[in-house]
Write a protein that binds this ligand. Structure first.
Ligand code: ATP
Length: 217
């Protein structure tokens, strides 16, 4: 992957256009924060990116997380790599995980401070724990670019920091919708401000302060 681009991208719900048309180019190794008020179109933009780029190795961490509540944390994380194993292997794993997958997933859970929940059902976790499981699944999946919708919204300060470190280490190229503007500026290279379904601002994070982003809200 050298660059990923969107050309005249739009999102419609029925007759209602909620995004675009807009153009956007993402360089390899670039981390972008999507900011803007609720309803501006950040999730819609991430959905369009995923639609267009999934064939090029995009991984999605959606706002609603998409975990299977009746499966263990291990199995939910394992699902990130489902496509890289044959069906028989996935079926065996459902009943009895292979040692090498447990050995790969446990340290990841430890880094996110949820190792003790490895065999708990995802449906029995707190919101912040579930968010970390979804992040672990995205990290386990791997890929060229991470598309994450409010990846740390349910976490406290130190936990948010820790998760941002893990996500950005795993994915040098990422687009992250974030409402914590300070955190967004610290962990990304570029900020794209979305307002009314369009790009209202596109600037290097290093040149911005939280104050500069206020007009977007
Ligand atoms: N399923 C849907 N059906 C109809 N309209 C929708 C649907 N999902 C989103 N919208 C509309 O599209 C617009 C953009 O929504 P979107 O979820 O992309 O915003 P957002 O910036 O991600 O907001 P938030 O920060 O609250 O997640 C909003 O006006 C919203 O009402």
């Amino acid at each position: 992957m050298s660059t990923l681009a969107l050309t005249d991208a739009v999102a419609d719900y029925g007759q209602q256009r909620v995004l675009g048309p807009l153009n956007l180019t993402l360089q390899r190794g670039e981390r972008v924060a999507l900011v803007g008020k609720s309803g501006a179109g950040k999730s819609s933009l991430l959905a369009v990116m995923y639609q267009q780029w999934r064939g090029r190795g995009a991984a999605l961490m959606p706002q609603e997380l998409g975990l299977v509540p009746s499966l263990s944390v291990f199995h939910n994380v394992y699902m990130g790599a489902l496509a890289s194993h044959p069906t028989w292997y996935n079926l065996v794993t459902l009943a009895k995980p292979f040692r090498r997958d447990v050995a790969a997933i446990r340290p990841l859970l430890a880094q996110l401070s949820i190792e003790e929940k490895c065999w708990a059902m995802a449906g029995e976790l707190s919101g912040g724990q579930r968010q970390r499981v979804a992040a672990a699944r995205a990290i386990h999946q791997g890929g060229e670019v991470l598309l994450a919708d409010e990846p740390v919204s349910a976490l406290d300060g130190p936990q948010s920091e820790a998760l941002m470190v893990e996500l950005t280490q795993a994915y040098p190229t990422a687009v992250l919708a974030m409402h914590d503007v300070e955190l967004a500026l610290r962990f990304t290279d570029r900020v794209i401000g979305i307002a009314d379904g369009g790009i209202a601002l596109d600037a290097p994070s290093a040149r911005l302060t939280a104050q500069d982003l206020l007009p977007l809200y």
